[in-house]
Design a protein around this ligand. Structure first.
Ligand code: SAM
Ligand code: SF4
Length: 467
């Protein structure tokens, strides 16, 4: 059998995940041993992850958080990559009980944006300063709009838009599972990461919340990232919708999924997203999730993932409130969205009732950026790796020995200065320039020289400078 098409049952072993969790009694000594190993930045195995999942006291949780902050700082420094979601369509043939776009929600006004509509939204996002977008859609590309070609046309429309100061330099996508041939077309259309959340790895829960439509097929979804990689997309993003099943079980299952991709393709996932259930119109499940995740556990999830797969990006969206986001940045998050809308056309027409779920953070990109800089982070719009072909294993080969920092640090301050110069408010500029100066002081001599050279190019009016 082609190893890339092995069924999920060959690598997803729920009984193993449950056994490991059951065997892992809370033990302070064992947790400290695992935290010490995590500080070596080599990641953790399933039993070690299970030990951290069992942390039950605030003191031990604090030790976990301290370690996660150290690992995050060591690998990612103070960089924080920014992006916005671009919802192109809320037309959907699936009945996922937690989502406002579910086919059973007849009250939701449905829209599949025209190419002009997409360009209008993208123009607004470029005007705010965005360089990286995540395209999102319901699963239902109407034949009248060209079927799957609608998505390919939409990607072209996004990359087509150029405003005075810029254009979108990296478009990631979060779309329903595709065939290998369709994935190959996505790759040709020059997407960045292909992102797909399994929602839950718990088969019975999966069956209970996906009532009809293509998405009911657990295995079609669970094997989608194999097909994407088979088609040559080597940056893939995973995720779990937290709130559906026990979060500890989900994390151990996610580890099995990552291990499978590593075995089959030599590289795991590029990013992990941690969406937590938010109230959605037309969905009782979203208001009373079967396995709600508390704020305390949510912080643990981020910290444990940071230690388990230290080189994998963690993405935090505006589903979460500004307060939770602030606490989670340092625990391991490397990418955040800002200024988001989840209704198609939301950037040019404003927020309407046709969004996917309630947002927790309504602040503008500029407000989020000013706050990040004041907290000592360097907001980054870097797209260098993807554009220089440093993806998949090539990226990991640079990341694991710590070499990628020499690229990421100068690219982050350079794209940040570009933002401040072209789009930043006075207050963002003031706090941002101070954050850049502080960051330069922390760089090694060679990296600093390179960064200063690149910053000088931006100050002289050059744009899109990267290494
Ligand atoms: N329709 C495609 C699919 O389901 O794969 C594309 C992505 S869907 C629009 C984006 C993600 O939103 C889903 O994978 C799910 O995890 C998340 N989502 C759905 N309902 C949500 C809710 N009520 N709260 C938070 N996230 C939700
Ligand atoms: Fe459709 Fe995706 Fe929402 Fe499910 S999660 S109803 S597939 S948009």
């Amino acid at each position: 059998m082609d190893r890339h098409f092995c069924p999920a049952s060959e690598w997803l072993h729920p009984a193993d995940a449950e056994d490991i969790l059951r065997a892992s009694a809370p033990d302070v000594g064992r947790v400290r041993e695992v935290l010490a190993k995590a500080r070596e930045l080599k990641g953790l195995d399933a039993a070690e992850v299970a030990a951290l999942c069992g942390i039950a006291t605030p003191d031990l949780a604090e030790e976990l958080f301290v370690t996660a902050r150290q690992v995050k700082e060591e690998i990612y420094g103070r960089r924080m990559v920014l992006f916005a979601p671009l919802y192109i369509s809320n037309v959907c043939g699936n009945d996922c009980t937690y989502c406002a776009f579910r086919s059973a929600n007849k009250a939701l006004p449905r829209t599949a944006l025209s190419m002009d509509g997409i360009r209008s939204d993208v123009r607004e996002l470029v005007k705010q300063g965005h360089k990286r977008l995540l395209m999102v859609a319901g699963e239902g590309y109407a034949a009248s709009r060209g079927g799957f070609d609608y998505v390919l046309d939409a990607i072209r429309a996004v990359y087509d838009v150029t405003e005075a100061h810029g254009h979108i330099r990296r478009l990631n996508v979060n779309l329903a599972p595709l065939t290998v041939e369709e994935f190959a077309q996505l790759k040709k259309a020059e997407i960045g990461t292909y992102q797909l959340f399994q929602e839950t790895y718990h088969r019975d829960t999966y069956a209970a919340v996906h009532l009809s439509g293509r998405k009911r097929d657990f295995d079609w979804r669970a094997t989608a990232l194999d097909r994407a990689m088979q088609a040559g997309i080597d940056d893939v993003g995973m995720g779990v919708l937290f709130g559906l099943a026990d979060w500890r079980f989900e994390i151990l299952s996610l580890m099995q999924h990552i291990a499978h991709l590593e075995d089959a393709f030599g590289v795991g996932c590029h990013t992990i997203s941690v969406p937590r259930m938010e109230p959605a119109d037309g969905s009782d499940v979203s208001i009373n999730p079967p396995a709600p995740v508390s704020d305390d556990d949510f912080r643990k999830i981020i910290a444990i993932l940071r230690l388990a797969v230290p080189y994998t990006g963690i993405i935090l969206s505006t589903r979460e409130s500004a307060a939770i986001r602030r606490e989670c940045y340092a625990l391991g998050v490397s990418q955040i969205s800002a200024g988001s809308r989840t209704n198609p056309g939301g950037y040019s027409e404003g927020e309407t009732t046709s969004g996917q779920f309630q947002l927790g953070d309504h602040r503008s990109l500029d407000e989020v950026i000013a706050e990040l800089a004041a907290m000592g982070f360097i907001p980054s719009f870097c797209t260098a790796c993807y554009r220089l072909g440093r993806t998949g294993q090539d990226f990991m080969d640079l990341a694991k020995p710590g070499l990628i920092k020499q690229k990421c640090d100068p690219n982050a301050v350079t794209t940040f200065l570009e933002y401040l110069t072209d789009y930043g408010s006075d207050s963002a500029r003031c706090v941002g320039e101070a954050a850049i100066a502080c960051e330069l002081d922390k760089m090694g001599a060679r990296t600093r020289r390179n960064a200063e050279k690149m910053l000088a190019h931006i100050r002289a009016g050059k744009r899109d400078v990267f290494c």
